[in-house]
Design a protein around this ligand. Structure first.
Ligand code: CA
Length: 243
């Protein structure tokens, strides 16, 4: 039966094959369950070594990689993957040190999700990465200019006068989210939910990221041009500045 347009769930099915490297079977099972609902094909490996073998034998669209693994850890596995492939990698970890590492250094990860995670958040992030990869369509949809800045939301590149500006994955997500919703103010709580994907976190993370972003955008913090403060509420991207 031809049912491509039957309801959202059918339309939104992802045609993708994902490698899951995770030593805890329960966690892998949940991921597989949710990804299957999205129509995603999965392969589960419980060690980095097996994951690497899988990467050299098969083609995947994305890898979900745990850091704390028996034997070769996730970082080492990622380094080895990066020697042969630029495939999107989402790191899953429960340790704050890992998150710091991912944010601070060029680990080659495209994104991370902290444990415990909500399966729907993980699948949403996977979706976003697969779309980015897929969508090389019309530039006007995903390239935004403001001042001398150019933001490519698909490739996740911010440049100023042709020079790339390095943003952490979360800074990039935050900037893209604000730019995609120009003129609309969001509270710290809303931004936290949208970008970090859960309700239980330190909201000051948002202002820390806003501060870093403004710095990278060369903003005068007392009079920012792009990321504005709505006092007593939150932040918004100045509408006139996006084209
Ligand atoms: Ca683990």
């Amino acid at each position: 039966m031809y049912n491509e347009k039957q309801g959202d769930s059918e339309v939104n099915k992802l045609k993708a094959k994902i490698l899951i490297v995770e030593d805890e079977k329960d966690i892998a099972d949940i991921m597989i369950l949710y990804l299957k609902k999205d129509g995603v094909e999965t392969l589960w490996c419980d060690t980095g070594e097996k994951g690497l073998d899988a990467v050299s034998e098969q083609v995947f669209d994305l890898i979900v990689l745990d850091i704390n693994l028996p034997g070769m850890d996730g970082f080492e596995t990622l380094r080895k993957i990066r020697q042969k492939s630029q495939i999107p990698v989402i790191i899953v970890s429960a340790r704050q040190e890992d998150v710091d590492m991912i944010l601070g250094f060029g680990t080659g990860a495209d994104d991370y999700v902290t444990k415990p995670f909500s399966p729907s958040v993980l699948t949403a992030r996977i979706r976003a990465h697969l779309r980015r990869k897929e969508d090389s369509g019309n530039e006007a949809d995903h390239v935004f200019s403001f001042g001398k800045f150019k933001l490519d939301s698909n490739k996740q590149i911010l440049s100023h006068d042709g020079k790339n500006i390095n943003l952490s994955p979360r800074e990039m997500d935050l900037l893209i989210f604000l730019v995609l919703n120009p003129g609309k103010a969001f509270s710290q709580e809303e931004l936290y939910k949208k970008i970090w994907g859960n309700n239980f976190g330190d909201l000051s993370t948002v202002s820390v990221h806003i501060r870093r972003l403004r710095k990278k955008l060369g903003e005068d913090s007392s009079l920012p041009r792009f990321i504005k403060t709505r006092y007593g509420f939150g932040y918004y991207f100045q509408e006139d500045n996006v084209s």
